[in-house]
Design a protein around this ligand. Sequence first.
Ligand SMILES: Cc1ncc(COP(=O)(O)O)c(C=O)c1O
Length: 340
Amino acid sequence: MMIDLRSDTVTKPSAEMRKVMYDAEVGDDVYGEDRLMNELQNRVADMLNKEAALFVPSGTMSNQLAIRSHTKPGDELICEYNSHIFNYEGGGPALLSGVQVHPLYGDFGILNIDQIKAAVRPDDHHFAATGLIALENTHNRAGGVVYPLPVIEAISNFAKTNGIRTHLDGARLMNAVIASGLDPAAYADQFDSVSLCLSKGLGAPIGSILSGSAEFIDTAHRFRKVFGGGMRQVGSLAAAGLYALAHHVERLVEDHDRAKDLAEVCLELGVLEHDLTWTQTNIVLLACPEGDAFELEAKFEKEGLLVSVVSEKRIRLVTHLDFTDKQLEKTKQILKIVLG
Ligand SMILES: Cc1ncc(COP(=O)(O)O)c(C=O)c1O
């Protein structure tokens, strides 16, 4: 059997999760009548100390609805150069919101307040108006790095003072919560909106939740319908999400420990991209000599390990719910065979 470390999205619903999905009561969510979905949305809104929340099919839709709801065409969105929003959402801000993206290079994905201050546009008709700042926590392409809360607070306070909205792409927010020991609301309080994915480390088959003020969620709800994301009998998906929140958050520490273990082996083999301090959650980045990543990917696959190529110099391993200790040992062997 192949070991799949391409992403934490590859997990399959467990037998217990499938059971609650099978048994779920359903209603029509476009009419707001799916009881379990209302429960899930309220649960996440409470956890993040927000007035309201909205279930959407994907993290991409969640981010794009946030951008559409916070901005107007011609605005500018500040985000990090390696962020998901800038790299992997198909030019969504331009296509769906008429928004220009202003990407800034972060240090391991982390932007600092001075960069933000320098990037915000003056109130002058030559410039696009800075409408939104979006941060990503944990930062996927930077290797699952956790944003330090004081850095977020400085950016958030500056944004508030200057009337700029803020959004958190918290696809892996719960990984940051487990790694930092902070309350989810401590992060969420700093942002006007937060997107949280249920289908990554939390192991649900589908779904993300966008949260914010009641007014913001009302706007996002309208755009979700317009973008074709209004769904009907979603109780089974809500049941999976509720199960994931109840059973799959605390255990993320296991994914982090296994990632650290893999990072140590990669360090010994001389291929860990940075030092061990940068493997903070469930992502390990391997540095490959130029042009080698696709070749290495093929060699790993031959030995029974699926990895993802981030660039020709970089390979990513992501630990997750379906990655066991037995697979961990086998993965270490494969790393040593291919790289030793
Ligand atoms: C940080 C981040 N944001 C958003 C997304 C988008 O999620 P989805 O694949 O559900 O659209 C991903 C997906 O991997 C991600 O890593």
